[in-house]
Write a protein that binds this ligand. Structure first.
Ligand code: ADE
Length: 312
């Protein structure tokens, strides 16, 4: 006979409900969700709870993206230190709830703006964490497709936590057949961008704009843009409208500010390459060896990055 569950086990198994948490301030807002800081009544632990209004999701035909985000976060469940963790999901008649890691120190964007730009050491450290996070995503066959400094959060120890997998794609492979049409998925993503582009256009890769195609290399393009922004405080592709930004991306029209570190410059130039297969790392197999061995990361031990440097 099976012994009865212990109290702790029963709590683990039982689906949480909104009344298991005390909801606090709003810490994030998107077009289709609001993120609240919340405290687990039992454990006093803090979480970020993403709340989505079902009626709004259905009306705006975004169910697929919500389901995708949940599916991707489930795939990423085997705790990578650099990705927000999905602890549980539940719903009430009107809303869906995603219980996520609380990133106490907010968006990378906020900190870049606060310090105007990062120094070499900080730029290199967070570039390393991003490389490790991208290696992990690729090992799980996930392309994020919307990496930008607003979607990179800092935890209580100032390590990065990548969030917002609502635009992510699960790459098809022999042993992972969840996605039954990666091209369709890209086309849908492209339509979504054209018809209702929300947020920032500055990090979109040329192949996503031009051919409705994305791959791991699209995240490498975004990495190039993010490293540029950390090192200079500016985005590489800016313009008065989305159209003008897209034009600049497709023409690879960007300039490094004076005094830009030569090693970082070379690294970015090798990522901001129009042809995705020619980007640094695009042909790497398991780890991003060619990124790891670039001179920008000379002296870095990717197996032990150590604690983050003080921001400046
Ligand atoms: N804003 C959006 N998601 C968040 C999270 N997980 N932690 C803190 N702030 C957030």
């Amino acid at each position: 006979m099976t012994p009865p569950n212990t109290n702790a086990e029963q709590q683990e198994i039982r689906k949480k409900t909104p009344s298991d948490f005390i909801f606090g301030k709003v810490i994030g807002e998107g077009s289709f969700s609001t993120v609240y800081l919340a405290k687990d009544v039992q454990t006093n632990k803090e979480y970020a709870i993403k709340v989505l209004e079902k009626a709004h999701i259905i009306r705006e035909k975004k169910s697929e993206y919500v389901m995708r985000e949940k599916e991707v976060l489930r795939i990423l469940e085997s705790l990578c230190p650099y990705i927000v963790h999905l602890y549980s999901t539940f719903q009430d008649p009107g809303r869906l709830y995603f219980v996520l890691t609380y990133a106490k120190n907010g968006e990378l964007l906020k900190h870049i703006n606060l310090y105007k730009k990062f120094n070499f050491e900080c730029t290199r450290y967070y570039s390393c964490e991003l490389v490790l996070a991208l290696e992990y995503l690729r090992s799980k066959k996930i392309v994020h497709r919307d990496l930008k400094p607003e979607n990179i959060l800092f935890d209580h120890n100032f390590h990065i936590l990548i969030t917002d997998f609502g635009s992510a794609k699960i790459e098809k492979s022999e042993d992972n057949d969840i996605n039954d049409g990666t091209e369709d998925d890209d086309v849908q993503q492209s339509n979504r961008r054209r018809n209702s582009f929300v947020g920032t256009a500055q990090f979109v890769s040329p192949e996503m704009l031009q051919e409705s195609k994305s791959s791991y290399a699209s995240d490498l393009w975004a990495l190039g843009c993010i490293v540029f922004q950390m090192a200079s405080g500016q985005m590489p592709f800016v313009g008065g409208s989305e159209y003008l930004i897209f034009q600049k991306i497709l023409r690879l029209e960007y300039k490094f500010p004076d005094g830009f570190d030569e090693r970082i410059k070379d690294f970015i130039e090798k990522l901001l390459v129009l042809e995705p297969t020619r980007r640094l790392g695009a042909s790497d197999e398991t780890t991003y060896v060619s990124l790891r061995k670039h001179e920008f990361f000379e002296e870095v031990d990717f197996d032990d990055l150590g604690p983050p440097p003080k921001l400046s």
